[in-house]
Design a protein around this ligand. Structure first.
Ligand code: SAH
Length: 556
């Protein structure tokens, strides 16, 4: 992870297969001993290059004596890098550890040579000379956890490793082995019934565990359906079972799991492999203003249970990241001028999936019934015989003002709230609301025509009927953009100055305008024409990374 003051990019953390590699260790001190032990542990063959001295570390002497390490008793020579390696890689060594100290000129020399030959090199105490550093690791069977503090504190890294390890239940490693076996057997079972499916581990990359492939159509057919069913089955276990239950899986449990899976595959056992017809279901849900913690649990579960997710363009990336990678996802291709067409395309896609008996989730930004065309979609699907389950979402209209410290109502200041749009049907300007001194007004979809909107609130167009009260120019207001996202921005001002402030700051969509005395209850840019606040910190510290691990352990 990068912090704000860190200029370096994040390192690529990876798990290398170093079985049978040749690792060169230059030096013979205690660090060389540790590197040598590490190389042996990861299946490599270490070669130590160091002239004989009295203080060769005793572990090195042991490894040399028992044959697990080889010793070249002399100073390093440049050609060592190209001749001591394995035959199949033309004798170039696979990895180099230099342990003679950063100030020894040999360190910089070897580092340069290695980098030129693309040989990964690690020089102790010289981060600039390293192309890789080792992680502080915790290992339990197939489970390996690695930590780096990017050279800021190796003691702290090992403390963190210990604390994280302490939170994990015992025997997690063997549970992972067992689950791996279950997974393989499920696959084999499906494989016996189908053919033509991609290899088992084709997409089996730990990093993609929380991701998904956008707009990647899963072609219909038995193989794909089985794969989806299998993955869902496994994720039910891997994601929802408490860790403590997971680690206590026995062979008997494994059989039960497998039998239950077979039962769900062929519920009546007399269908001759033909899936019984089931009725599709649709959920219409709101995803909140942006931050994934602002999802409801109901929507979170709907995300995990859907076969097909149709998401609005505005649904923020961190929410989309929660979608299991197997789930088919489409993002609305809405852009000015084709909104109706994109909407129609989505409705048809949803309907087709429902007719195939699939679970569809229509995911909308904020709340589905607040400027989200939610009810139109409800009607469409109901007319087709599929009444949606509708789940509310936290609307940006209320949460953006809250995260900007604007109380929508406040005793003695504001006793009512009006939510309106700045854009009418087909882009026409809607009628501006009349001035009510105790009202907080929230305008969505308004910032692209901010100055026309402010004009309409504060002045009458020439020759128009003067049937409403105008808003005084000194009325407080605020623009809140990307509420609950890391780049949230609040511009506090008055109707008089807000247009200039917005012009100077530039827009950062999506955003909305809040107008009314409540805007200055908690923050008042006294004397200033406007004030700008950057960033979203409201949820900071609610759960740090370690607390997440603690949480997991507690649930287990
Ligand atoms: N159904 C949504 C609103 C859809 S209309 C809801 O309940 O929030 C889209 C408008 O919502 C945008 O033009 C913008 O005015 C507002 N909006 C959506 N997300 C926002 C956010 N994170 N911060 C500020 N405004 C937002």
């Amino acid at each position: 992870m990068k912090d704000a003051g860190d200029q370096n990019p994040a390192p690529l953390m990876a798990a290398w297969n170093t079985d049978s590699q040749v690792h060169l260790i230059i030096g013979s001190n205690s660090l060389a001993g540790a590197r040598c032990a590490k190389s042996i542990e990861v299946g490599a063959k270490p070669i130590i290059i160091a002239p004989e001295t009295a203080d060769m570390h005793f572990t090195l002497s042991q490894h040399i004596a028992n044959g697990s390490a080889q010793w070249v008793n002399r100073e390093f020579q440049d050609t060592d890098l190209r001749v001591l390696g394995r035959e199949e890689v033309d004798h170039v060594v696979d990895l180099v550890f230099v342990t003679v100290g950063a100030s020894n000129p040999l360190s910089a020399h070897v580092s340069k040579l290695c980098k030129r030959l693309r040989i990964p090199v690690n020089v102790s105490d010289a981060p600039d000379l390293c192309s890789f550093t080792l992680l502080s690791t915790y290992t339990d069977g197939p489970l390996h956890i690695g930590i780096t503090t990017s050279g800021r504190g190796c003691k702290l890294a090992s403390r963190l490793r210990r604390e994280i390890a302490a939170f994990l239940p015992q025997h997690l490693g063997s549970a992972i082995d067992r689950l791996g076996a279950v997974r393989k057997r499920l696959w084999e079972e499906d494989q016996a019934a189908e053919s033509g499916e991609a290899a088992f581990d084709a997409e089996d990359d730990d990093t993609t565990g929380q991701k998904h492939t956008f707009n990647n159509l899963i072609t219909e057919g038995d193989a794909a359906a089985a794969k989806t069913r299998r993955i869902r089955w496994l994720s039910q276990i891997c994601e929802y079972w408490p860790l403590r239950k997971l680690v206590s899986i026995t062979d008997a449990d494994m059989e039960t799991i497998l039998n239950a899976y077979t039962a769900t595959k062929n519920p009546t056992n007399d269908t001759n492999g033909v899936e019984p017809a089931k009725k599709g279901k649709i959920v219409l849900a709101g995803s909140g203003p942006g931050h994934p913690d602002l999802l409801t649990r109901a929507t979170y579960h709907a995300i995990h249970n859907a076969d097909l997710i149709l998401a609005d363009k505005l649904v923020p990336a961190p929410v989309l990241d929660l979608i299991p990678r197997r789930t088919e996802v489409h993002i609305a291709r809405k852009f000015p001028g084709n909104a109706d067409q994109a909407q129609e395309e989505f409705l048809q896609m949803g309907l087709a999936a429902l007719q195939q008996g699939r679970q569809v989730l229509r995911l909308k930004q904020g709340d589905p019934y607040l400027y989200g065309r939610g009810a139109e979609e409800f009607e469409f699907f109901r007319n087709e015989g599929y009444s949606p389950v509708v789940l509310p979402g936290i609307t940006s209209a209320m949460s953006a003002s809250l995260f900007a410290d604007i109380p929508a109502t406040h005793r003695g200041v504001s006793d009512q709230v009006l939510i309106c749009t700045g854009t009418g049907r087909k882009g026409a300007a809607p009628n501006p609301p009349t001035y009510v001194p105790t009202q907080t007004v929230v305008f969505l979809m308004a910032l692209h025509r901010l100055s026309a909107l402010i004009d309409s609130l504060t002045t009458f167009p020439e020759g128009s009927e003067q049937s409403r009260t105008l808003w005084p120019k000194e009325t407080p207001c605020a623009i809140v953009e990307r509420a609950s996202c890391p780049d949230q921005r609040v511009i506090r001002s008055t109707l008089e100055h807000v247009c200039l402030a917005f012009e100077e700051a530039g827009s950062r969509p999506p955003g909305l305008l809040v107008v009314g005395a409540s805007c200055h209850v908690l923050h008042n840019p006294q004397g200033q024409r406007w004030a700008i606040e950057e960033g979203f910190h409201a949820l900071d510290g609610l759960h740090g990374e370690l607390e997440v691990v603690a949480d997991l352990a507690e649930k287990a």
